[in-house]
Ligand binder design. Structure first.
Ligand SMILES: [Fe+2]
Length: 323
């Protein structure tokens, strides 16, 4: 597609960008030469006048990075999110997040020293966001990148290396389990209790809410609960994404962990080698850049996995998710 918005944006570059199947990821959009174009207001006008084009860019390049505009705080970021006009979608999941302003939340507040593993946002929930938008208010001094991975590349390479296993898992589907402890269990600092995760301390109500999200529950003697999901698909194809088969699952992230598991839906174990190699492929295909203050990153959640590398403090990245 022609680059048609010279009045408001010019294409830039960032260290770490990659060319994937002919498209640059991320597509960096900067203010045009003149300094007065850098202010937030002209960015908002630029987005308003080119809404459709901007959304097409996100789908085409999977990731768009707005860089060099004066985006200073959560209020500014919220204005950008609202200008884009996509409906809000509420976060459901295990990550601890805090509401900041209108549509803006903190990104995962898990310890900065931990790597948040690659995932499609809310991949296990029936309705997941199409777009994840991140804003860097305080760039980390070291580490803390938000690497992302073209999901179709993972599928392609897994089909090349493990055609049989992929076919087998694809046919049977995946089953996941996740164990949530109780808020009352002070012996563990891992993750949120099920009361927070389901927004109730009533077991029957928690079960109803879990059912609505497509999960089954088994209560544990220690007051925790084991959540079971499945069968779930290994890959998905979405409209408008060139028929690409996305690696729309969380097999590597949940397989063989202390509080989670991933098997085939009939209980068959997924070969260790397949999981390990898949993790390596995901890492090899990953793309990352160094956050700068004021960066706003738009991710096509249907096309990309994303994660967070360990970081030195301070780091403040805010998020909004959209339908
Ligand atoms: Fe995420």
């Amino acid at each position: 597609m022609e680059f048609t918005c010279k009045e408001y944006f010019k294409v830039g570059k960032c260290e770490g960008e990659k060319l994937v199947d002919g498209e640059t990821m991320p597509l960096v959009l900067q203010p045009p030469e003149t300094n007065e174009k850098r202010d937030l207001e002209s960015l908002i006008v630029g987005l308003k006048r080119n809404k459709e084009w901007f959304e097409e860019m996100i789908v085409k390049n999977s990731a768009v990075l707005l860089r060099g505009f004066n985006v200073g705080n959560a209020e500014d970021f919220n204005e950008i999110v609202e200008t884009c006009g996509w409906e809000d979608i509420r976060y459901v999941g295990p990550a601890p997040r805090t509401h900041v302003h209108k549509r803006v939340w903190t990104a995962n507040e898990g310890p900065l020293s931990e790597f948040i593993y690659y995932h499609h946002e809310m991949v296990l929930i029936k309705e997941f966001p199409k777009k994840v938008i991140l804003f860097c208010e305080v760039p980390p001094p070291e580490g803390g990148q938000t690497p992302f991975v073209p999901s179709f590349r993972v599928t392609e390479r897994m089909m090349e290396e493990f055609p049989e296993a992929v076919k087998d898992i694809e046919e049977k589907g995946l089953k996941y389990t996740f164990t949530a402890l109780s808020n009352n269990d002070t012996s563990s600092m891992r993750g949120r209790g099920w009361e927070d995760a389901f927004g109730t301390s009533d077991r029957a109500e928690a079960e109803r809410r879990a059912k609505a999200l497509g999960m089954d529950m088994e209560w544990l003697p220690n007051g925790g609960v084991k959540t079971i999901l499945g069968p779930r698909s290994l890959t998905r194809v979405f409209d408008g994404r060139k028929g690409r088969k996305m690696w729309f699952n969380t097999m590597v992230g949940m397989h063989g962990k202390e509080l989670s598991s991933a098997t085939m839906a009939d209980g068959t174990e997924i070969p260790e080698k397949v999981v390990r190699r898949c993790g390596e492929i995901i890492e090899e295909e990953s793309i990352q850049f160094k956050w700068e203050k004021g960066d706003v990153l738009f991710l096509d959640n249907l096309a990309l996995l994303h994660g967070r590398r360990p970081s030195l403090p301070p780091r403040k990245v805010l998020v909004a998710t959209c339908k």
